[in-house]
Ligand binder design. Structure first.
Ligand SMILES: Nc1nc2c(ncn2[C@@H]2O[C@H](COP(=O)(O)OP(=O)(O)OP(=O)(O)O)[C@@H](O)[C@H]2O)c(=O)[nH]1
Ligand SMILES: [Mg+2]
Length: 462
């Protein structure tokens, strides 16, 4: 394909900046902007070896001294002839190098174009290409590890196994449908039933990882709620590691919701600090309290904070009732343990005295000294285990989840039709549908607009 070039290392100043080039004829063009200090021109240098030399602008004037590597097709990221330049990480130098490459006939690459070419040239399937985006965007080590494993085929492999089993089954059916008079080997019901069942089991196992995959990718929306002055904002700050929210000894300090993402027990928490829950005549604070209530209702996890240095008040009991009545797991947090004299656990009952849904954990901590924060981390890690049991197999993408579930449903329908003794073409329709859904996932039958949408999520240079 036509040659393209882009800065791969972003637009900010750094020690090193990389410009990558890919496409037909790119070696000759690169000879015009790079002159090795020793030996022959770049296009005659050994493949995949770093060469030190002068980086030149369009007029042959020295721009920088750096390294260049050439990767002859097909042994490159894109599968095409590729060159990478390691320059000093000056946006000006890198921009000038791009300009010189343009003058040599190489156009600016679009977002994700290198990876799109890698996909089109069969260097990776769609699940692996999507893993590249996830790896770049990873916000936690667990997310990065899951993406890295998928980059290595952790999703592709089980899907391929299912696909080839289905292909085997469909080809047998086709033989029967297409050549009814030939004496073709029997359809072998037991083998077919076993193949369909294995496919169903594999896809079901994948689907069962979606919830954890979402936690991994989106994080857990966590509302910190409680009455005024119990230390909610202090807890947010302690978890964030800096003074994100204003803390004072005036009850009603926080009036709006304050959001911050933190890593707690290996889990990405999207923390929402809220206004202290109380009745108030202040119009602004009242809106804050409404927002606090809606945060509590929509959260995936609730940290119900109770001042541990004081006897509980009616409002604390009301808070816990509200947390217990929701559907999200909640953690009872007793704050200000350094002043310790208050309760360390409260049995939760409704205003009518009935026992309510118990907290997932009860933690005593001090935002001031940090004691007990590790206990909170352990409680969160136990609630949201993100480390995939079989490394990299967590399904984190809604598109992928949708395709796997359509494939599984079609297999189940096909299986039911098979057991009901339907004609082979009835079973085939369902199995073809399953194969198509799997093809969308791996990209072998994905529509062009879907593929384009996926690659547009990339940054330029990737
Ligand atoms: N000794 C001690 N004081 C704390 C601790 N956490 C919070 N405080 C104090 O309690 C007061 C209220 O803290 P905030 O974090 O503002 O409480 P809040 O729940 O966000 O209060 P509102 O925003 O008004 O609802 C401040 O004076 C804090 O310094 C703690 O762990 N130990
Ligand atoms: Mg506050």
């Amino acid at each position: 394909m036509e040659p393209i070039a882009a800065i791969a290392t972003g637009s900010s100043t750094a020690a090193i900046g990389v410009v990558r080039v890919s496409g037909d004829g790119c070696f000759a063009a690169c000879d015009r902007v790079f002159r090795p200090l020793h030996g022959e021109r770049l296009s005659a240098q050994p493949p995949r070896a770093m060469v030190y030399g002068d980086v030149l602008d369009g007029n042959g004037t020295l721009l920088d001294r750096g390294l260049a590597v050439r990767f002859p097709a097909p042994h490159s990221y894109t599968g095409e002839d590729c060159v990478e330049f390691d320059c000093h990480g000056s946006p000006v130098v890198l921009g000038e190098l791009l300009r010189a490459l343009r003058a040599a006939g190489i156009r600016q690459a679009e977002a994700g174009e290198f990876t799109k070419r890698a996909f089109l040239n069969g260097r990776m399937d769609l699940t692996e290409a999507e893993a590249v985006i996830d790896l770049i965007d990873a916000e936690t080590p667990a997310m990065a590890k899951n993406a890295a494993a998928q980059l290595g085929g952790a999703l592709r492999r089980p899907l391929e196994t299912v696909r080839s089993a289905l292909l085997d089954v469909t080809s047998r059916f086709y033989a029967v449908v297409d050549y009814p008079d030939e004496d073709i080997e029997d359809v072998r019901p037991a083998e077919i039933a076993a193949a369909l069942e294995t496919a169903d089991t594999t896809l079901t196992a994948l689907l069962s990882t979606c919830e954890r995959g979402q936690v991994l990718k989106q994080g857990v929306r966590t509302a910190i709620v409680g009455r005024p002055n119990v230390g909610k904002s202090s807890l947010l700050n302690a978890l964030a590691g800096y003074d994100r929210a204003i803390v004072t000894d005036v009850p009603g300090t926080t009036r709006d919701t304050v959001e911050e993402s933190v890593l707690c027990g290996g889990v990405l928490l999207r923390l929402i600090d809220t206004a202290g829950l109380r009745e108030t005549d202040d119009a602004v604070e009242r809106i804050g309290v409404e927002r606090a209530r809606s945060a509590l209702e929509s959260a995936d996890l609730v940290l119900a904070v109770i001042d541990g240095s004081q006897p509980p008040e009616q409002e604390d009991l009301a808070l816990m009732e509200a947390a217990a009545c929701g559907s999200a797991p909640w953690i009872q947090v007793f704050s200000k343990q350094d002043l310790c004299c208050g309760p360390s656990s409260i049995f939760v009952t409704s205003t009518q005295g009935e026992a309510l849904r118990a907290p997932a954990a009860t933690v005593s901590l001090s935002a001031l000294t940090g004691e007990g924060l590790d206990e909170l981390e352990r409680a969160v890690a136990a609630l949201f285990p993100v480390d995939a049991p079989a490394g990299g197999s967590l399904l984190t993408d809604r598109r992928q989840e949708d395709a796997v579930s359509r494939a599984r449903d079609a297999i189940r329908r096909g299986s039911a039709a098979f057991y009901a003794g339907m004609t082979p073409d009835a079973v085939l329709t369902d199995l073809e549908e399953a194969l198509n859904a799997l093809g969308e996932l791996t990209g072998s039958t994905a529509r062009e607009d879907i593929v384009s949408a996926i690659f547009s999520r990339f940054c330029v240079g990737k």
